[in-house]
Design a protein around this ligand. Structure first.
Ligand code: GDP
Length: 188
């Protein structure tokens, strides 16, 4: 791979309800940090990250777009979806409503994005449901099995993650990227 900056550039979009942790996942991916109190008016819009898929011997540049607060106005435009190869559809495992609403976000993606887009369902904030979560501990409202089953029915990849601890954040992007490279190889 000497001399190669990257083999592919892939556009990713991050969608889901407000406050599920979309900006936090992006900041975790690109900056390896977590902001406990991010300014909601300053949503992170864009982040880029190089990832290596060793078994493919490929370096991929991910260009990730976050809705940056516009999700509450439902004003996401077609241009946001245009050219996207991957999508993180995010909900909060401690919010049943955010999981219910993921259906309408998926409908939005299906309406506007490329039909071959790879979508990974991400149940975020799993750190809040562990025994060592401390006083901030919250009840899990979405069982993993239920989310996994829905993901399967819809043809989505699925992972649970935490932007706070970093667990599975890079892995979520990597899994989606592997799936996209697989589609490219198969000419889909
Ligand atoms: P967005 O509106 O979907 O972009 O959500 P934000 O990234 O702004 O996050 C909303 C709130 O949830 C913020 O207070 C974050 O600090 C918090 N948050 C985001 N991800 C996590 C996580 O994985 N664990 C915990 N405990 N809090 C999180």
């Amino acid at each position: 791979m000497a001399g190669v900056a990257w083999h592919y550039v892939l556009k990713f979009i991050i969608t889901g309800d407000s406050a599920v942790g979309k900006s936090s996942l992006l900041v975790r991916l690109t900056d390896q940090r977590f902001l406990a109190n991010p300014d909601p008016t300053l949503g992170v819009e864009f982040g880029s990250k190089l990832i290596t898929i060793p078994e493919e011997n490929k370096v991929v540049k991910l260009q990730c777009w976050d809705t940056a607060g516009t999700e509450s106005f439902r004003s996401i435009t077609r241009s946001y979806y245009r050219g996207a190869a991957g999508c993180l559809l995010v909900y909060d495992v401690t919010s049943r409503q955010s999981f219910v609403n993921a259906r309408s976000w998926l409908a939005d993606v299906r309406e506007h994005a490329d039909p071959h887009l790879t979508c990974i369902l991400v149940g975020n904030k799993i750190d809040l449901c562990t025994d060592d979560a401390g006083p901030g501990r919250r009840t899990r409202e979405v069982p993993s099995e239920e989310a996994e089953q829905w993901a399967q029915e819809e043809g989505l990849l699925f992972v649970e993650a935490s932007a706070r601890s970093g667990e599975n954040v890079e892995a979520a992007f990597e899994r989606a990227t592997r799936d996209i490279l697989d589609k490219i190889r198969r000419g889909v």
